[in-house]
Design a protein around this ligand. Structure first.
Ligand code: NAP
Length: 338
């Protein structure tokens, strides 16, 4: 079966996912496109999906009889309305992060999916599909004994003027927030944020770097450095310390050079390159599940917990130094971990 997909939001990631479905992955085809800016949808139609129909309203795309599944790649504040429409139509949907911009909005999605009775939503937390993180998880699960601590860093070379301090949580740390829950099979119980000396490269509206300290229900302590003006590259580091040993996230493959009395290897500068393969794998997973009328991978519940946890981290930024508790409601059975 070829899954007929409608894409809502044809900006940067919507265009790239359309390319992926049309040119890289088997089993699906983009038959519908919609964007707040119809010109953007028509440009993607012309470049990548000439057979697709362009809809002015995302809701009409969701309702279309020839659309089996929906990709939601529009601006974050619009995700909730389209995910709810997809659930109401009983259609599998892949929603880019964030699932919703508020925890209440994410909970409305969880409630709707639970009322539907089976999974329809996959959230775009692609790090779970990265080969390096998967190797790291295998080591954490079977090689290093009980995890005790995680030391991590998320570094970007620079950020634009519109990047402000809370975005270090909502746009940057959000990926760590999800992937550490998955890596450790655990949940957070508190967050704390402290600010080191500010980098001279950071503009006025962003406190940079920051250190986020998370504590999990099993007692693991996690420190994450967020440094979005580090200059030298896009660099994701993660080390899990266990009671029998420690495991490091592998760096991406790069040729090493011995030249002019120096040993060198390249560091990526663009986040899109760092996780390019994982986007392919996550959408492949989506297509396989959508063909069966269901969803795989990160759940609405994961999106909801990420929203609660990131809200706590933003509060912890505002109350720097204080420990902010994180409490979660009971997880519905629909989201029991296998
Ligand atoms: P973008 O380039 O700004 O694209 C978003 C598109 O959605 C724009 O064309 C925008 O049109 C359109 N749009 C806005 N409101 C809409 C509505 N109500 N209905 C339909 N389309 C609407 O942004 P992006 O970088 O692709 O990001 C899109 C989403 O993907 C964000 O939530 C972002 O966080 C997420 N994302 C995730 C990853 C990841 O690593 N998983 C990476 C990148 C992005 P206008 O420009 O006219 O407003």
């Amino acid at each position: 079966m070829t899954v007929r997909i409608g894409v809502i939001g044809t900006g940067m990631i919507g265009r790239d996912h359309t390319r992926r479905i049309q040119q890289v992955l088997a089993g699906a085809e983009v038959v519908a496109l919609s964007d707040y800016n119809p010109e953007a949808a028509r440009a993607v139609q012309a470049d990548l999906a000439p057979g697709a129909k362009v809809y002015e309203r995302g809701e009409d795309l969701v309702a279309a009889g020839d659309v089996d599944a929906v990709l939601i790649c529009s601006t974050g504040s619009t995700h909730e309305q389209y995910v709810l429409a997809a659930i109401a139509a009983g259609k599998p949907c892949f929603c880019e992060k964030p699932l919703a911009t508020t925890a209440e909005g994410a909970l409305r999605i969880v409630d709707a999916e639970v009322a539907h009775g089976s999974r329809l939503v996959q959230v775009g937390f692609m790090r779970r599909y990265d080969a390096g993180y998967r190797m790291l998880k295998q080591a954490v699960d079977s090689e290093i004994g009980a995890p005790l601590m995680v030391h991590a860093a998320h570094r970007n070379p620079s950020v634009p003027e519109q990047y402000v301090t809370p975005m270090a949580i909502h746009d940057t740390l959000i990926h760590e927030i999800d992937v550490f829950r998955w890596l450790l099979d655990d949940d957070y119980i508190s967050a704390q944020v402290v600010f080191p000396r500010k980098s001279g490269h950071a503009h006025d509206k962003v406190a940079d770097p920051q250190i986020v300290l998370l504590e999990t229900a099993k007692g693991v302590r996690i420190d994450v450095e967020i440094f979005v003006n580090c200059r030298y590259g896009y660099d994701i580091q993660c080390q899990v310390v266990g009671e029998e040993g420690l495991a490091n996230l592998p760096d991406p493959m790069a040729v090493t050079l011995r030249r002019e009395a120096r040993l060198q290897s390249g560091i990526m500068t663009d986040w899109k390159d760092r996780f390019i393969d994982s986007y392919d794998v996550e959408l492949h997973d989506f297509i396989i599940a959508a063909a069966k009328g269901t969803a795989a991978g990160p759940t609405s519940w994961d999106g909801y917990v990420a929203a609660i946890s990131s809200d706590a981290c933003v509060e912890a930024q505002q109350k720097s130094g204080q420990i902010v508790p994180i409490s979660l409601p009971d997880r519905p059975a629909l989201y029991d971990r296998g």
